[in-house]
Design a protein around this ligand. Structure first.
Ligand code: CDP
Length: 212
């Protein structure tokens, strides 16, 4: 890995993406949601009707491409921007199931590693500090009570089976959701966004902010 990676993991609706975006903008790193990759792939399998037994072939010739423009990552499927579809109910219902397949994880991990070759990143997900970038010295695990996480997701107005996703994410064989070794655990249940962001930034130590 050529760039630096700040890894932020945690269960669904624990605040990872909002916190990761704010930290990224504070330190001048690129924000990357690894979940968006799984969601874009899930959208592709829904749209194209790919059965589980064809996932390996499909992802090997994957129509998913990554566009890194103006400090934002866009994921294109057959050239079409997947962004408007990432929170579709069919995608939320399918994503954790397709994320159990090693072929899907290998595909996403290769794209995440390629990004880290080029850029400093704040990357959020389920296995960033444990599997994808285990050597990074900046690892955080955000958590919140299940009730608070359900409230947060409901406030966003999305139909999202977070309890079922958490169950699949924590029990799968390949790269299950765990607290990565050496990570700083932050319980965000009673904290504001600003408090969590400040707590993360305070622990970054020797990272030079590019936009102080
Ligand atoms: O925003 P939220 O935490 O609810 O979900 P997300 O980060 O968009 O991730 C959606 C799903 O993708 C997760 O529930 C996992 O099944 C999968 N995922 C994964 O397996 N590994 C990652 N590094 C990131 C996401």
């Amino acid at each position: 890995m050529a760039g630096r990676v700040i890894a932020i993991d945690g269960p669904a609706a624990s605040g990872k993406s909002t916190v990761a975006r704010s930290v990224a903008s504070a330190v001048g790193f690129l924000f990357v949601s690894s979940g968006h990759f799984y969601r874009a792939l899930a959208w592709g399998t829904v749209v194209e009707g790919i059965p589980d037994e064809k996932l390996n072939d499909w992802v090997t010739e994957s129509p998913l491409t990554v566009e890194d423009k103006e400090n934002t990552i866009s994921l294109l499927l057959d050239g079409k921007d997947a962004t408007p579809h990432l929170s579709d109910p069919e995608v939320a219902a399918k994503v954790s199931q397709i994320a159990t397949f090693p072929c899907m994880r290998d595909f996403v991990n290769s794209r995440l590693h390629a990004l880290a070759e080029e850029r400093d990143l704040v990357m959020e997900g389920r296995d960033i500090g444990s599997v994808v970038f285990p050597a990074t010295p900046w690892k955080f695990y955000l958590d919140a009570s299940p009730e608070e996480r359900a409230r947060r997701r409901a406030r966003q107005g999305d139909e999202d089976p977070i309890a079922e996703r958490d169950r699949l994410d924590s029990t799968r064989v390949t790269a299950p959701l765990v607290i990565p070794e050496g990570s700083i655990v932050i319980d965000t249940t009673h904290l504001s966004l600003e408090q969590v962001v400040d707590a993360v930034i305070a622990r970054l130590g020797n990272i030079e902010p590019l936009n102080p």
